[in-house]
Each structure stands twice: as C-alpha cells, then as structure tokens.
Design a protein around this ligand. Structure first.
Ligand code: NFE
Ligand code: MG
Length: 570
C-alpha cells in the first residue's frame, strides 16, 4: 500500500523545504519538492540603481552570502561590457574560493554527516582502535588516541546530562546506519575539529570582503579594496601573509581529513552508489576568471548530456550565447502567474515574478520555486556536474583528486569503484570533496597571482562604470557552491527594469516543469529505499546530498497540510 510521507520542514539546510514522498514496498515511487517561503527580492530591485543591486541581492541568503553579490556585479558589468582590473578578479576569486571551501566543509560535517554517522554509537568505541583506523587513512595531527578519548569523554558528559541538544531527534540506531563505533568516533571528532577549521575560511572572506557573512567590498567595476605596499590602513602585505597561513590550514584539513573521510565513508556505504542518480543532464559554468574580460578561467564548466563525459560542451566566456540562449523558467507547478499563460516557459530577460498562492496541489501548483530548464530540459547542477565537466575538460587537478578519492572508496569497499559511481547520492558527497580540494589549491594559486601582479606595480582595483541612455541587458554567471547561479538584469537609462535570479537550488529543487518533468530532487528520490516511513533517514540522505538552500531558491508561509506521516527531521 502506498504511504505518503511528508517531511516539513527538512532541517540541516538553509530555508524552508518540504519534501513529500509516496512509498510502496520500501521504495520511493513518487516525490515532490516544495519551497515554502517567498520573499520577492527580484521585485524589490525594480526601479533601483544597478550599482546597488549586489548589496540587496546578497541578502537573498545568509549561507552563500558572497555569491549573489558576485553574480549581480557581473550581470551589470556584462550589460555594460565593462572589464574589471586583474587585481579585482583575484580578490573576488579568493573570496569566492574561500567561501566555497567554507561551505563544503560545513555541508559535509555539520549538515549531512549525521545522516551517515551515528554519534551515539561513538560512545561504545575503543579510542585506541579508532586512532589506528584513522592513522591508517591519514596522518592528520588530530587523529591521536588522546584526541579521540577527549572527544568521547565530552560526548559521555553531554549524553550524561540527558540533554542531547541539537542531537535529540537524530535517527540513532537506525538500521541504515552502518559504521563501526570506531569510525563513528573518528567522524564525530572530525565534526568538532571542522567547527574550528571552518573559521579560517570565514576569516579570509572577512578580511578581504570587510565582513562575513555579507561582504562589503564589491562594486560594479571591481572591488573597493585599495592596494598599497606601504599604507597600514588597506590590504597590506601583512594581512595578505596572515590570509596565506589560514589557506594552508584549510588545505591541510581538506586534503587530509575531508577528502579522506568522504572516501572512507563512501567505501563503507558503497551500496549508496546505486541510489540518487535521477537527472544526469549536468550543467555547470566556468569560473575563477584569469583575465579582465571573463574569457579565460581556472576552472572549466559546461553541459554534459546523460552523464556521458564525451558529450561535454564547454561554456567558454561570460558572453557565451550557448549558455545565455538556453535558460528559461516555467511556473506551471509554481505559485506564480505569467501574463501570457501558465504553460509557457520564459527566458530570464523576459521573466515575470507575480505570486499566486494556491495551497499544495499534488498535480497543480505546489512550490514557490520556478522550474528552470536548459534548452527545454531539467538539469542537475552542483559539485557533481562541476566535477564531471572538469573531468571531461581534462582538468588535471580534478583527475588527481577524483582518482585518489575513488581509490580510497575502492580499498574500503573491497571492490573497484569507478567514476560511474559518482552519479549517485554518495557520489555527490565525493564530488563535493574532490571539487573542494581543487578549490583550496586554486585559492592558494589566486593569492600567488595577486602578489605577482602587485609586484609588477599594478595596484588598480576599480574601473568606473558609466550608464548610457537606452536599454542594456546582461547576465552574471557564477559557479556557486551548490551549482550554476545566474543573475539577469535589464537596465534602462541607468535604472533596473527587470531582474531575475536563477539559482542553484532553483534548478535542483524545482517542481515539475511545463512538460510535467520532475526536478532533480524529485527525480533522484525515485527508488530510494525507506526502511521505516516514520524515520525517513534515507530520503534525507538524498535530499541533503544536494545541500538545499531554499532561501536562495525562492528569493508567505503555508501552514495547513494533510498527510499520513509528518516528520520534523533533524
Ligand atoms: Ni543560499 Fe546558494 C549556493 C546560491 S543556492 S546557498 O551555492 O545562489 O541555491
Ligand atoms: Mg528567480
């Protein structure tokens, strides 16, 4: 018999996500992803000065705080065909990369590891044995018996108080939890260490961006960081040297802990390479520009059809029409109306944001997210599509870290696990860690590039924009932590007349589109196992593998829902 499970709200994410699944015979047969809150940021921008848009759109999200600022200034610069100084690119690049590294560490350890790691089981571990398991995997300085004993004692004290705090509603002892107490203790220790390490990434963003979350240093035309080799009041060599130290701490953790943990946990849960495949039409965009125009990039991106690397079609510049012509958004199943009819899909330059809330209708409207498509097809975006594109482009660092991760998965699983396994729930975690290792290397590289350019005597960081009379249109693209982000602006005589954000989580968590095709979450949930509908841990595993951000995705709240099981999951 079909059983309907509603998870509302899904937690350990950003924003308000509801997921409904119909389960039959222990498997998901049908799924709905619904964004439950709308804020109308796109409409707030109409009539404003395009130079202010970044500061407003950045408030779309408190998690990917930098990304909307970057996409917004890029959109306006694209509309004006305004180049930005090399130093500004490097400073922006370091902010984007430090932010991405932060985002991925926090996602794996603090937002999703508890779907795979049983904290309570860590109480039963032998810390000495846990240390030898961990030291067999990596020589990270935090893998000692003393460290693991300390963590276990902390856990015992915590549990002993009877107040589990944020861990209260965890699915501890769930049959789908499969790690040994020792591996659980190792992972729990790294969870706590990751809390310390993530601060270094935030500090890099804060020093370069003047503030974190929500940087203050971008401007249409560059950045507002004056560079000087002798003044104490600007971005000095002293500050840059401090940043470099923090980069090296991040590098150590990402390569010796995060990548290793994902490989090991992936190996123990190798059966999860079979679930969560869903949509394998992958979209990513190139990023980390190396020139003033956005035509050369450190990290490639593009389109891959049906998961086949040989189908890779690169996107090559900020002006690439292959990308800009392909995007449109539908609202047949979303709480909006289009003037020309609700079965249409609109290009973002012609996009409309007119709310029309109807309540949750299984076959009608059920989400505040629109349904983006690329040449008419729903896409998956994010670390997995990004890593696939980089592999297809022959990007050597990506090949190196992907091979290292898959070799470790294979060793732990006791069977050869190849690239094909990445098209899965656990594969999204592996791809995120591989991408993060690539990003941390590139972060250090951008630091070197900035210093080398400053050494030539070039200290320029800003080109002043001028707004001509008449209409200009521009798109700003950014490969954000959760995938392709694009901001689309139409400017008329220096004022914004239309503004549309098409956001990573909008692509992935989209409701069915105008052709009733499901979005990536919905497609990836089909055939997921659900051992106990009252504790739908496996559904959360797949949803969390995307790192949902609903604040971004819908940029009013539903209160009444009728369902067989409603679960508030941690
Ligand atoms: Ni609010 Fe974001 C990223 C953007 S996601 S987290 O990455 O844009 O949809
Ligand atoms: Mg939008």
């Amino acid at each position: 018999m079909n059983k309907r499970v509603t998870i509302d709200p899904v937690t350990r994410i950003e924003g308000h996500l509801r997921v409904d699944v119909e389960v039959d015979g222990g498997r998901v047969k049908k799924a709905w992803a619904s964004g439950q809150m709308w804020r109308g940021v796109e409409n707030i921008l109409i009539g404003r000065d395009p130079r202010d848009a970044w500061a407003i759109t950045q408030r779309i999200c408190g998690v990917c705080t930098t990304v909307h600022a970057m996409a917004s200034v890029r959109a306006v610069e694209n509309a004006l065909q305004l180049e930005i100084p090399l130093n500004a690119q490097y400073i922006r690049n370091m902010i984007m990369l430090a932010h991405a590294v932060h985002d991925h560490i926090v996602h794996f350890y603090h937002l999703s590891a508890l779907d795979w790691v049983d904290v309570v089981s860590a109480l039963k571990a032998d810390p000495g044995k846990a240390a030898s398991v961990a030291q067999g995997l990596s020589n990270w300085s935090g893998n000692s018996k003393a460290e693991f004993t300390k963590v276990q004692d902390r856990l015992k004290n915590f549990v002993g108080t009877g107040r589990l705090g944020i861990f209260t509603n965890g699915y501890w002892g769930h049959p789908a939890m499969r790690l040994s107490p020792e591996v659980n203790l190792m992972a729990t220790s790294h969870y706590l260490q990751a809390l310390e390490i993530q601060r270094y990434a935030s500090k890099i963003v804060a020093v370069l961006g003047s503030k974190s979350p929500h940087i203050q240093n971008v401007a249409v035309g560059g950045v507002s960081n004056p560079l000087s080799l002798d003044s104490q009041s600007v971005l000095t060599i002293e500050r840059l040297l401090a940043i470099k130290e923090w980069m090296l701490k991040l590098e150590d953790f990402v390569k010796n802990v995060y990548l290793v943990d994902v490989g090991a946990i992936g190996g123990f849960y190798a059966d999860w390479t079979k679930y969560g495949r869903g949509i394998t039409d992958y979209l990513s965009v190139p990023d980390i520009p190396l020139d003033t125009k956005g035509t050369k990039f450190a990290l490639p991106g593009g389109y891959i059809e049906d998961g086949k690397l040989e189908s890779y079609k690169p996107i090559t510049s900020f002006n690439d029409k292959f990308f800009t012509d392909g995007v449109s958004e539908a609202i047949k199943h979303s709480w909006y109306d289009y003037k020309g009819g609700n079965n249409k899909s609109l290009h973002p330059y012609k996009g409309e944001t007119t709310p029309n809330y109807t309540d949750f209708q299984d076959d009608g409207k059920y989400s505040w997210l629109k349904s983006p498509t690329f040449y008419g097809k729903p896409m998956q975006v994010g670390p997995l599509p990004r890593v696939m594109a980089m592999l297809a482009a022959g990007h050597e660092p990506t090949k190196k870290y992907a091979t290292a991760a898959l070799d470790l998965v294979s060793a732990v699983a006791g069977t050869k696990v190849g690239v094909e396994a990445l098209h899965s729930t656990i594969g999204r975690h592996a791809a995120r860690a591989v991408g993060c290792a690539v990003q941390v290397d590139e972060l250090i590289n951008q630091w070197d590039l900035l210093l080398a350019n400053m050494a030539t005597g070039d200290l320029k960081t800003f080109n002043r924009p001028t707004f001509p009379k008449g209409e200009q249109m521009g798109v700003g693209i950014h490969e954000a932590p959760r995938g392709v982000l694009s901001h689309w602006v139409v400017i008329d005589s220096g004022k914004i007349v239309n503004y549309q954000c098409v956001v990573p989580t909008t692509w992935n968590a989209a409701p069915r589109n105008e052709k009733d095709q499901p979005g990536a979450y919905e497609a990836c949930l089909i055939d997921n196992p659900v051992a106990d509908p009252e504790k739908p841990l496996e559904v959360l595993r797949t949803v969390h593998s995307f790192d949902p951000c609903l604040a971004c995705a819908v940029h009013v709240v539903d209160d009444e829902t009728q369902s067989v099981v409603t679960v508030t999951a941690v």
